[in-house]
Design a binder for this molecule. Sequence first.
Ligand SMILES: [Ca+2]
Ligand SMILES: [Ca+2]
Length: 86
Amino acid sequence: MSNKMVSGMTLILLSIGLSMLASNIVHSAAPGDLNDDGKVDIRDVAVAAVAFGSHPGHLRWNPIADVNKDNTVNIVDIVLIAKNFK
Ligand SMILES: [Ca+2]
Ligand SMILES: [Ca+2]
């Protein structure tokens, strides 16, 4: 596991903690279900972790990880996934 991956995972675990603290968690049709298996779990977070910090044309860019479609995969996308995490 690379250092980048480890720091990404740390950030993700922090995000999940923050989202659990948030009182306005909305359970909807799971926008964070990146791998389309019907649930939002650690596998979806992993997809975003790999693409974390990327943008179109970047080596690790993955458009499905860009949940809010702003052409970058960052903490906002991780939080959106974490909000639906089960
Ligand atoms: Ca999933
Ligand atoms: Ca984004």
